[in-house]
Design a binder for this molecule. Sequence first.
Ligand SMILES: Cc1cc2nc3c(=O)[nH]c(=O)nc-3n(C[C@H](O)[C@H](O)[C@H](O)COP(=O)(O)OP(=O)(O)OC[C@H]3O[C@@H](n4cnc5c(N)ncnc54)[C@H](O)[C@@H]3O)c2cc1C
Length: 441
Amino acid sequence: MNYDQSNQRDTLFERLSGCFLGGPKLDNLPGGRTEALRKLHTYDPSSYSRTRNYTNGAVSQLSPYLRHGMLSLIEVRDHLRSKFSNDPSHLEEFLRQLAWRDFFEKVLTWNGHALDEDLEEPKHSVSRSNRIPLDVLSGDTGLPCIDGMLSDLFDQGYLHNHARLWFAAYLCHFRGVRWQEGAGLFRQHLYDGDIASNSASWQWVEGTFASKPYFMNKDNIANFSSGKWCNSCKVKCPFDADYPKLQHRLFAGSTAPFVSKVADKAAVTNNTQPASHDIPEDIAPLPPNTDLIWVHDAAISWVDECVAQNPNAAVAFVFNKPALQAEPWAYHRLAFVADGIDDLFKNLPNSTKLTLVGDPVERLTTLAHKLGATTIHISEHPNPWVIETAEQLRMKFRVIIHPRLVLAEYPLEPKRFSRYWEKVAIQVLGHRPNPPKRKFK
Ligand SMILES: Cc1cc2nc3c(=O)[nH]c(=O)nc-3n(C[C@H](O)[C@H](O)[C@H](O)COP(=O)(O)OP(=O)(O)OC[C@H]3O[C@@H](n4cnc5c(N)ncnc54)[C@H](O)[C@@H]3O)c2cc1C
């Protein structure tokens, strides 16, 4: 008997007890490759370069799908290049932004776990705390702009790039918190919460992966948010100064006091459930020479080589319970991934498809033994936990890593985007780039 275990949402979240914050919402972003393709095919980037820095600009919101491998950078680029082949200049800025994602993945590939710590010496000597103040965690700082950003983060799971920069600068420089704490908060709540783009961007703001720290003033927020918070704001604004004054205030003085991290906005669910038994006891061994595919959370796509080439293998996705217990995700993030798995399983011909919850090495080992599988297929990814899981499985099984196509080949150490872009722009764009006009990354 083989299994096509449908991903029953209530049962799944019972098994994920202790792994998430908050609960279901009506307006969750739907996950999955089907939805990703719909979004890609309806996206029009023609006003992107003119508007992208404005919080109401024509951005794509494709990042959650890219983060989870429901779309690849290459297929986004190729689709847009063929759709807008008559006017490639419209696309240039969009493709340059896609390349930031590729660049940060290369930073992760190069640095691995070292990306969790400062990549470079800080460019200032102001001390940092490892606690996020409670007013920030509860979205109640009294600053309409910051509270608005926090509400978008907690409720929508999405922030425009400029809002991410502002919030990161606020937390690091105006509240004196270590960038790692903010990066953790983003990973928990953003649909696209990531290691590479997230940690590297926080370091870019802090100045440990850039030549200087990034910060903004009120004019910048008012301009690029089209006054949505500032026009009616009555509070004393900590950002209302020119850049030299702010620079002096932020980096020549001391940081604001902080209170301890006692609670998050949404309570973490309790963890009193017994261990889950998600591998059916009577699961039948596979016919000889049948393999197992481990689908991890950055490769949820039926065109991923790993699954596309193995229609007879058993397929398993594992929610990494120990990792989620250590850093619970917002419910909407897990629901988005669960949607993606449902959609993937619907579109795969493979007859054995399971969603497991637990320690990935233990769950996959148990499953492979039950199935009698001796080979495990994994899609290549720079996330250290994917690499480490593959290494541990390799001690017991034959592991085949399926290479991941990258947007650009760049064999050098990825230190600065400008240097990387000089070398890869032709590969990404298919032509020489126009001279840059940029102010922001
Ligand atoms: C502090 C901070 C934290 C961030 N954390 C994450 C994260 O966890 N996950 C994540 O995917 N992105 C992160 N970003 C990068 C960027 O903000 C988002 O990728 C982008 O806002 C996603 O929205 P979009 O899809 O509408 O982007 P668009 O503007 O439509 O861009 C298209 C795609 O290009 C890529 N891209 C665009 N801008 C950037 C950028 N600055 N850096 C890297 N890739 C980019 C993304 O894949 C994006 O989907 C972070 C940025 C900052 C400043």
